[in-house]
Design a protein around this ligand. Structure first.
Ligand SMILES: Cc1ncc(C[n+]2csc(CCOP(=O)(O)OP(=O)(O)O)c2C)c(N)n1
Length: 370
């Protein structure tokens, strides 16, 4: 794959070691190919189930975007185009592993059985996401760019000290790689050989800033400088993502330390519902990436190989319709939180000071009712 490096006026050519190709197990046309380092045995049933996951999270995403446009959500961060990266990574997790998401990992949430309405309640401003992170092995969303890489590394160091056979899986974007915390977490993870996998979805943009303004070398090559392996996988190929992430998590669990995965993908929608991508990128770019659509590619493979037929795809569509209705109804019926909620979960046990503030808040509001 040809690397795009923005010519920086007056600067020399960046130092680029020989670049291996993207790891790919399914071509954009849906042809199954082998990779010498990443064999993957997958049954027809598992293939169908990966398709179902991706199709349903896309349906969820479309419904949530519509709800935001109708004024029912404050904001929505779409995962459109990143379904394979997220479902592949989520499905690679073992039972004891723990994921640390950003604010866009709805596809990973889905694989961890987090109720879509819990994620939506966060974007509606009702709560911080109502799921139990420990039970779901999926931490709460983190909007502070890069912070979750430190959380994941600290958690991984805990796993190490508990002598547990598990790994942490930290999600980050391409823009986050410029963040201090991310680089600090790489140093800690490397020097302690912590069981953590950094899963970077390079969706080519940090809001309006293209990857060329974040790095002069392909992101996966940065890992070598920290002393751990970096691998670039086709982020629109759910099978390759599954195989590469599985291998990296197994390596971490065995005590061989961190891995950086660059899932090369594309954000097909806006950064969030608050921006307009036509202001900073050309329409032709999106058209090119549509040809690499992660869901269409698996659908092509399933249909051409005869592993799934029209009845299967119709059943998934029908399930999508039901999901959309449940999400819409659940959002509109979601009760507003009590005003006092903000005082109730500051500490595990209530303090006198916060209890006093809570009482003052209540009496102030009661004053209005009189
Ligand atoms: C510490 C911090 N700085 C700035 C922001 C504002 N911000 C929100 S998203 C974003 C871009 C992130 O881009 P990237 O890491 O590529 O992830 P993507 O949104 O593309 O998934 C920025 C700068 C923030 N949330 N946190």
């Amino acid at each position: 794959m040809q690397e795009i490096v923005d010519p920086v006026p007056g600067a020399g050519e960046p130092h680029l070691p020989a670049q291996p190709d993207l790891v790919q197990l399914l071509t954009p046309e849906g042809e199954r190919v082998e990779h010498p380092d990443y064999a993957l045995d997958v049954t027809d049933e598992e293939l169908c189930s990966l398709y179902r996951d991706m199709a349903l999270v896309r349906r969820w995403d479309v419904e949530a975007t519509a709800l935001q446009r109708q004024g029912e959500l404050g904001i929505w961060a779409s995962l459109l185009g990143q379904e394979a990266a997220q479902v592949g990574a989520g499905r690679a997790m073992g039972t004891g592993d723990m994921a640390f998401p950003t604010y866009r990992e709805h596809g990973v949430a889905w694989t961890r059985d987090v109720d879509p309405l819990h994620v939506i309640s966060l974007f509606r401003g009702n709560d911080l996401g109502g799921w139990d992170p420990v039970a779901r092995r999926f931490n709460l969303y983190t909007v502070v760019i890069g912070a979750q890489c430190l959380h994941a590394t600290g958690y991984a160091m805990g796993i190490q000290r508990d002598d547990a056979e598990a790994a942490a899986l930290a999600f980050l974007g391409d823009g986050a790689t410029s963040q201090g915390e991310v680089n600090e977490s790489f140093i800690w993870a490397a020097t302690f050989s912590a069981p953590v996998v950094f899963f970077c979805q390079n969706n080519q943009y940090a809001i309006s800033v293209p990857i060329e303004r974040q790095s002069r070398v392909p992101l996966f090559q940065r890992a070598a400088g920290f002393g751990f392996p970096g691998v670039r996988v086709d982020g629109n190929d759910v099978l390759a993502v599954l195989a590469v992430t599985r291998a990296a998590l197994a390596r971490a669990r065995e005590g061989s330390g961190p891995t950086f995965i660059e899932a090369f993908t594309y954000r097909m929608g806006a950064h969030t519902t608050s921006d307009d991508p036509t202001r900073y990128r050309l329409a032709g770019e999106l058209e090119e990436w549509k040809l690499r659509d992660p869901i269409a590619r698996l659908k092509a493979h399933l249909s051409r190989s005869g592993k799934a037929g029209p009845e299967f795809f119709a059943a998934v569509d029908a399930e999508g319709d039901e999901l959309a209705v449940r999400i819409r109804k659940g959002t509109l019926e979601m009760p507003d939180p009590a005003g006092t909620d903000m005082f109730d979960h500051v500490y595990a046990e209530q303090t006198e000071e916060i209890a006093a503030q809570r009482a003052e808040f209540l009496s102030y509001h009661e004053g209005f009712e009189q």
